[in-house]
Design a protein around this ligand. Structure first.
Ligand code: SF4
Length: 457
């Protein structure tokens, strides 16, 4: 039965898109059968972490007969136990006493600061400079790739409960990274010929209308930037709002912009985030994929492995097969990052690699373009290859898919087996005193090293 909250959803100008926000939360979760105490706890969680969804997700993707256990419900609706009870109880108390929003936000802020809002040194390590001037809203972590965060692209059509960029959405200005200065971006790119790929990311850049998106993409096609071979757009709009490419008033203009990129001799790659097979089932997502591909763009797919949402091999093999059948390219299975509610959603690395292997071994070669499970950590993207026994010791075999130091890419190394490890920082080197990557500012001294970890003999 459709839900019609008494507070009207927020329409986006000229589109059919309707957002649901915290104003609508209580009424929406009542539909999942939560009692008053649980609803209060969910509202307290939503004071700390962002909440937003929309009519399409609510009416076309969530199976309300299975909520609150339904994976698509869990993908967008906060869970009462996502954060520590000691963090949530005081906020729930403030909400129930009708405290001022300012007071609730102050309490929420204190919890946020304990949730590692910017993992992998994003703020300190990856901001590039032009001369002495830092360029906020850009990141340059790997030599060949620059990320830009468009100012108007820092929201999404819905927010994932596990979002690793949640800090972007909670209205704390000092946590935001965004730019609208494309002159500065292109000036930087002109003097960095090693950059071959620009990733436009967010939030979700596809939240921007075509005219605004054009202001960020078109300058990348200009003179002096012939070394930019691909423009990537990171987006979950195919999952959360495929209308963006089909029936929104500027859907056609968007596809023309994609064509313009490909006609300029560059690849336009949509890095599409799909968390669960159900996101691929609606007729409108099939039509959106068809239209995007007909504009000459490539769609590569990725998602993190998330407990209670997609932590079973069938979810992944089913996604990869459907994606390949629709003409998309499976690209990454990520490990849930070390931020926000990681403790709630993380799958141990040992289990994750088994889920990956079981899914990977049941799909055809066309789907085996996928890589993972991969951790986007401070030193780079670390792939867990498996658990093996070496010299009588059970260890994780790992390699770096991408690294700040390119000489480390592809080199195998080992870590002691730990069934509970969920992130790189939980691992200890095996057969060496240190891991191969260099020390990073926020890490325990002596953990990382420039030395190779591969056993010397
Ligand atoms: S789509 Fe990406 S950026 Fe947006 S909420 Fe989900 S994980 Fe976060």
């Amino acid at each position: 039965m459709p839900v019609t909250p008494t507070v009207p959803a927020v329409p986006a100008q000229g589109r059919g898109f309707r957002a649901y926000t915290t104003k609508h939360l209580d009424q929406l979760i009542a539909r999942a059968g939560l009692d008053a105490a649980d609803r209060l706890a969910v509202r307290a969680v939503a004071a700390v972490l962002p909440f937003r969804t929309n009519e399409y997700v609510v009416e076309s993707l969530i199976d309300w007969t299975a909520a609150p256990a339904d994976p698509m419900y869990r993908l967008v609706f906060p869970q009462a136990d996502m954060l520590a009870p000691d963090d949530i109880a005081p906020i729930a108390d403030l909400i129930s006493r009708g405290a001022a929003e300012r007071e609730i936000q102050a309490a929420a802020h204190r919890v946020r600061m304990r949730l590692n809002p910017h993992p992998a040194g994003q703020l300190e390590l990856n901001v590039p400079h032009l001369g002495d001037q830092p360029l906020p809203g850009m990141q340059h972590k790997y030599a060949e790739t620059v990320l830009i965060f468009p100012k108007q692209g820092q929201t999404c059509h819905a927010y994932c409960t596990y979002c690793f960029r949640w800090a972007q959405f909670v209205g704390e200005p000092d946590l935001k990274m965004a730019t609208d200065d494309m002159a500065q971006v292109t000036e930087y790119l002109r003097v960095h010929p090693e950059v071959t790929s620009v990733l436009v990311t967010g939030g979700d850049p596809m939240i921007m209308g075509a005219a605004v998106l054009r202001r960020y993409v078109e300058p990348l096609l200009g003179p002096g930037l012939e070394h930019i071979e691909s423009v990537r757009i990171g987006t979950k709009s195919l999952g959360y709002w495929p209308q963006r490419f089909v029936s929104d008033p500027d859907a056609d203009d968007t596809l023309r912009l994609f064509e313009q990129v490909t006609q300029a001799g560059k690849t336009l790659a949509l890095m599409a985030h799909f968390s669960h097979p159900r996101e691929l089932e609606t007729p409108i997502v099939a039509e959106a994929v068809r239209r995007i591909r007909s504009a000459g763009a490539v769609i590569r797919t990725q998602a993190p492995l998330i407990r209670t949402i997609n932590d079973d091999p069938f979810a992944w093999s089913s996604m990869w097969r459907t994606q390949a059948r629709m003409g998309m390219v499976p690209y990454y299975m990520f490990v849930e990052r070390d931020t926000g509610p990681q403790g709630y959603f993380a799958v141990p690395l040992a289990d994750g690699v088994e889920i990956y292997r079981a899914a990977y071994s049941s799909v055809s070669g066309l789907c085996r373009t996928v890589r993972g499970p991969s951790m986007s950590a401070t030193p780079g993207k670390v792939c867990v290859d498996g658990v093996v026994e070496v010299a009588g010791e059970q260890v994780f075999a790992l390699h770096m898919i991408q690294a700040r130091d390119p000489s480390l890419v592809g080199r195998p190394f080992f870590a002691k087996y730990d069934p509970d490890a969920v992130w790189l920082s939980d691992l200890q080197p095996a057969f060496a005193s240190r891991f191969p990557f260099g020390p990073q500012p926020d890490e325990p001294p002596g953990l990382w090293s420039d030395e190779l970890l591969v056993p010397a003999s």
